[in-house]
Ligand binder design. Structure first.
Ligand SMILES: Cc1ncc(COP(=O)(O)O)c(C=O)c1O
Length: 337
């Protein structure tokens, strides 16, 4: 039975769904396992899109219903998430205030000028560069930004990092599971393995909940990109359980439902290692599929290594979920020099 969440929770459609699925023929040959991609990076549309558009559809409806006039969020300087919040604010006709913290030390003179932050500024968002260090905790910098909007007479809508630890944060990727099941039926295929990048948690959490509602079990491999698998596991678990309770899932989310793979996160959040960079080149040169050094390059590295080593068996049918992120590539040009 589909979850049918769009009939149960208000949603403002912002992307162009369903996002396409297609086989990655040359990559499959290279790794020895059948791999398909689900292209949320393409179908999410708004200003180069990404996974946040899918999540923000539910928060946008809530922000409008509450009569808010300013979206306030937080992320890294090169955050894809804050760029997508800026995009959503633009199409809703709202203002946008973004706290851009330094979550990573990437040494490039244009790191705070090109890529995601440039696009956010083009869309009219106010970018406040302050704060440091990745964490899923509620940040004082974000609270200050909310307070500033109130002091200026506005009505802020608070969106946490990654739109994750928010009551509605898991709905987008729970709904995604219905979309995948419908596409599987059309293509006469079943993906027994799903590979996704994971960080602030609501993408994987939503998937875990959405796929749990379906009769056939599958493996969902979350490739940690925060370089802190324990923190990522805690975030995914909390959001999955909260989302399951919100939608009234008739099955408990167990610890074993949440697979976090720690080996491909590189030295730190936002920092690629040799395997990340090699995976980015592989996906680009075999499939013209662009991945980034912060997220999808790491999930691609995990997919390649686990398929080649047999940790993903040769008989598997893998769905690699592409969650966006390519706009950050320009800020990392020196990684490819
Ligand atoms: C491109 C991309 N992939 C993956 C992720 C991870 O998603 P989540 O934060 O929901 O775990 C993010 C955001 O953090 C992202 O921007």
């Amino acid at each position: 039975m589909p979850l049918d969440l769009s009939h149960k929770f208000p949603r403002r459609q912002l992307g162009f769904w369903p996002s396409p699925i297609h086989p990655l023929l040359r990559l499959s040959r290279a790794v020895g396992v059948e791999v398909w991609a689900k292209r949320d990076d393409i179908a999410s549309g708004l200003a180069f899109g990404g996974n946040k558009v899918r999540k923000l559809e539910w928060l946008a409806a809530d922000a409008v219903a509450q009569g808010c006039d300013t979206l306030v969020s937080i992320g890294n300087i090169q955050s894809n998430h804050t760029r997508q919040v800026a995009a959503v604010a633009a199409v809703l006709g709202m203002k946008c205030r973004l706290v851009q913290e330094e979550w990573t030390k990437w040494d490039d003179p244009v790191y705070d000028k090109v890529g995601n932050i440039l696009l956010s500024r083009l869309m009219g968002a106010e970018t406040v560069l302050e704060g440091a260090g990745y964490s899923t905790a509620i940040k004082e910098t974000w609270q200050r930004a909310l307070e500033q909007v109130r002091r200026d007479g506005g009505k802020p809508y608070a969106i946490p990092a990654g739109a994750s630890d928010h009551p509605l944060g898991g709905l987008g990727y729970a709904h995604f599971a219905d979309e995948v099941a419908a596409q599987e039926q059309q293509a006469s295929i079943f993906f027994d393995t799903v590979v996704t990048a994971t960080c602030t948690g609501s993408t994987q959490a939503g998937m875990v909940v959405g796929f749990s509602a379906q009769p056939k079990r599958r493996r969902i491999i979350g490739i940690d990109t925060a370089a802190d698998a324990a923190m990522t596991r805690a975030a995914v678990t909390k959001i999955a359980r909260d989302t399951a309770a919100l939608i009234g899932l008739n099955r408990e989310i167990r610890d074993a439902d949440i697979e976090i793979e720690p080996r491909f996160a590189g030295p730190d959040y936002g920092l690629p290692d040799a395997a990340t960079l090699s995976a980015i080149r592989t996906a680009a040169s075999l499939e013209a599929m662009l991945t980034d050094p912060v997220y999808e390059g790491k999930s691609m590295a995990g997919l390649i290594a686990m398929a080649k080593s047999g940790e993903i068996p040769k008989t598997a049918k893998v769905l690699y979920v592409h969650l966006g992120g390519a706009p950050a590539l320009n800020a990392y040009h020196n990684a490819f020099a």
